[in-house]
Design a protein around this ligand. Structure first.
Ligand code: SF4
Length: 183
């Protein structure tokens, strides 16, 4: 039986952009420029669950890391990741290679190198609400998103080493090229 035994983990929306917050998708279905070469290189894929879709649904607003950085959302991420960790242990024990995880930079959940933060992103949108002030308060910082932080901590607890890469959605072509050079 022919199989390569090499597996990549991918953030959910790289294979299904429909899971993203409405209006921020910049490809039609899956990120073809990344996926076609990876398929040709012989990888199999595990699609990570989308933690935001599975908590707030497809009609959610865009959020920042501070809004998701709660004990409840972290527990939600842990529950979603538990069966993933079990699969990684099973595959590793049976001689399969888990090559890497590819996340999505700037996401408050799936950012690997960068995530988005704001101290003003909260509350009711009423007559006192300033859209400009709120948007201006947004910062991209060098931290993981909450889901990736929880994932890394579960990997460490289980002594699983994994390389992390990320698609930077503000410049997907460059990040795709860099990832394909490494994998
Ligand atoms: S980046 Fe993560 S949380 Fe955001 S849509 Fe993609 S999978 Fe869902």
């Amino acid at each position: 039986m022919q199989r390569n035994k090499k597996i990549l983990l991918l953030s959910h929306c790289l294979l299904n952009v429909n899971s993203k917050v409405n209006k921020i998708a910049n490809y039609g279905g899956c990120l073809e420029e990344l996926m076609v070469p990876l398929i040709q290189k012989g990888y199999g894929f595990i699609q990570l669950p989308c933690p935001e879709l599975l908590s707030c649904g497809i009609k959610r607003w865009g959020q920042v890391k501070e809004q998701l950085d709660t004990p409840y959302f972290r527990k939600h991420c842990e529950k979603l990741l538990e069966p993933i960790i079990q699969q990684l242990i099973d595959y590793s024990n049976s001689g399969y290679k888990i090559s890497a995880c590819i996340g999505v930079d700037n996401s408050p959940s799936c950012g690997v190198n960068t995530t988005c933060k704001s101290s003003k992103w909260e509350g009711e949108i009423d007559s006192s609400f300033s859209l400009e002030e709120t948007l201006n308060s947004l910062n991209i910082v060098n931290e993981k998103g909450v889901f990736m932080e929880v994932f890394k901590s579960l990997l460490d607890k289980n002594a699983i080493n994994l390389d992390f890469y990320a698609i930077n959605e503000s410049n997907p072509n460059t990040s795709v090229k860099n990832i394909l050079k490494e994998l």
